[in-house]
Design a protein around this ligand. Sequence first.
Ligand SMILES: NC(=O)c1ccc[n+]([C@@H]2O[C@H](COP(=O)([O-])OP(=O)(O)OC[C@H]3O[C@@H](n4cnc5c(N)ncnc54)[C@H](OP(=O)(O)O)[C@@H]3O)[C@@H](O)[C@H]2O)c1
Length: 380
Amino acid sequence: MKKIALIGSTGSIGKQTLSVVRRHSDKFKIVSLAAGSNVGEFYNQVNEFKPKVATLSYEPKDLKDNLSSGIEFYSGENAFTNAIIDDADIVVVALVGFKGIIAVLDAIEKGKDIALANKESLVVGGELVMEKAKEKGVKIMPVDSEHSAIWQCLNFDFNATFNKIILTASGGAFRDFDMEKLKTVTAKDALMHPNWNMGAKITVDCATLVNKAFEVIEAKWLYNTSFDKIDVIIHRESIVHSMVELNDGAVMAQLGFPSMELPIQLALTYPERINSGVKSLDFSAIKNLSFASVDYQRFPCFNLVLTAAKEGGQYPAVANGANEQAVKLFLENKIGYFDIYKAIFGALQSYYGGHHVHFEDLESADEFARNYVKALFGVK
Ligand SMILES: NC(=O)c1ccc[n+]([C@@H]2O[C@H](COP(=O)([O-])OP(=O)(O)OC[C@H]3O[C@@H](n4cnc5c(N)ncnc54)[C@H](OP(=O)(O)O)[C@@H]3O)[C@@H](O)[C@H]2O)c1
């Protein structure tokens, strides 16, 4: 029985993780649950899975009426670290945003293997995270579908050599919009992802292609490679989850119906493969598998974020922090699509930080970027 600490249980990945646990209740047990502010969903989950520890980002008034005695409860913005308990064999990090790195570093410190959904942790602190994981002998299993695909194409060998990684991208909600139309798009438009049903922040990141730039960074760190060995290709159907060209030129691809349950489950069962309940692909019904290059003009955030990543040090944390704050404002309909670029660009231009990557440096770079974006758009 694998014991799971689930951080970010009420989100899209969190709920799908619980669906995997339900399907294989003979193999998995939830020992702790951590959520933010979706209290109703959290109570349902706690009552169903009866974890030893449960946490929320704040303490609701009706807590005592809804939580059975015997469950240890913690509240606060970073209370989720209390859910990374000794009992857990693996920690699913399904929090969204910068805070993910706090969970990842805490899990590593406690010597726990990680099923990693939170890509921001590798974007802001890939060097730090990978170094600490190596030191502690902690395994990081990818949950992101593209990185899981690469993992599978490489026979689960993080140190395999290859010519290049080819990350596929659906192109997001705005893939067919021209420059004029992009000037007037709203949060509602961005949230209509053509193929995946995900949390709001990542759905907007897909629409700007920031998500794809983040995935390039994530792949660099997970597969110990360089940026020039990672290509991105638009693949509208989201059937090919990513590919790897091996040293002899052979290309391995992983295909499947677009569902996160397979990569989530594989990160938990690795090296075993068991029934995932994911629909079979009907090749006779798939009319087309298309591939096209990225249009960098309509999606300028892609190269901007990668420039920050290539600069290294604290710059990726600045890009991430600015993006997080800008996406929040975009979701509140306070700024437009191209303002997200303006926010990241401005924050990077104004930052004079160094190349140290201690957690405190990354945290202050993140704070700088958020404050910069708030000042830029005149919000508190
Ligand atoms: N969704 C996908 O298909 C997908 C695919 C690949 C990678 N990812 C990555 O996985 C991560 C999660 O994505 P998502 O789509 O699942 O996001 P989401 O639906 O927005 O869920 C985010 C989760 O984080 C929780 N949370 C936020 N602040 C918290 C805090 N201070 N303490 C504890 N929990 C907190 C939320 O709790 P409340 O809802 O209770 O506030 C929620 O459970 C992201 O990094 C994303 O890039 C997602």
